[in-house]
Design a protein around this ligand. Structure first.
Ligand code: 5GP
Length: 191
């Protein structure tokens, strides 16, 4: 990763339903030079999700093969599925661009251990009640799954002090601009 010294590896986490996907999409509109890693997962695609775009949807045996070959920069499992970041893509992309990883807190903390210069950014909801409303409004999952996601959200939020920055997603444009500002600032530090 030596060649990558001046590019920022920004790791963005936040509880499911906080709107981080929307914020990240806005960041790419504002700065098309950014690259986003596409993670691998063993979970089934949700309606509208595309293989190779939202995730690489792969089988459990294939995922376990990637783990044993060291092809993942980090991985974690929740809701009985694996999620992981392909190492080669990130290392290659960092040679030319700032790279965004959208991953959970466990993965983010593992990335920070491997690459201390990674910048951890947590997107926060304006409040928990609002988050719950957003999770229910998604309407693609059973009550049981929604409850699981809410307890997972509380766990993710409990790790906020281990992050370099927290950004409240009150308004998408402002949150996206704030994260881009953080990346620009961190780029100066790496110079
Ligand atoms: P979802 O199933 O809602 O797409 O994602 C569930 C969780 O997995 C989210 O918290 C998301 O950030 C996390 N996630 C997505 N990709 C990765 C990854 O590559 N590694 C890890 N550790 N978590 C991921």
């Amino acid at each position: 990763m030596n060649n990558a010294k001046r590019n920022v590896l920004a790791v963005i986490s936040g509880p499911s339903g906080v709107g981080k996907g929307t914020v990240i999409k806005r960041m790419f509109l504002l700065d098309p030079s950014l690259k986003e890693s596409v993670s691998c997962t063993t979970r089934a695609p949700r309606e509208g999700e595309k293989d190779g775009q939202d995730y690489f949807f792969i089988s459990k045996p294939r995922f376990e093969e990637m783990i044993s070959r060291g092809e993942l920069l980090e991985y974690s499992s929740h809701f009985e599925n694996y999620y992981g970041t392909p190492r080669a893509f990130v290392e290659e992309a960092l040679r030319t661009s700032d790279v965004i990883l959208e991953i959970d807190v466990d993965g983010a903390l593992n990335v920070k251990r491997a690459y201390p210069s990674a910048v951890l950014i947590m997107v926060l909801p304006p409040d928990m009640a609002e988050l719950e409303r957003r999770l229910r409004a998604r309407g693609t999952e059973s009550d049981e799954k929604v409850a699981l996601r809410i307890s997972r959200a509380a766990y993710e939020l409990s790790k906020r002090d281990e992050y370099d920055y927290c950004v409240v997603n009150e308004e998408v444009d402002r949150a996206a601009e704030r994260i881009l500002e953080i990346i620009r600032k961190e780029k100066e530090v790496l110079k």
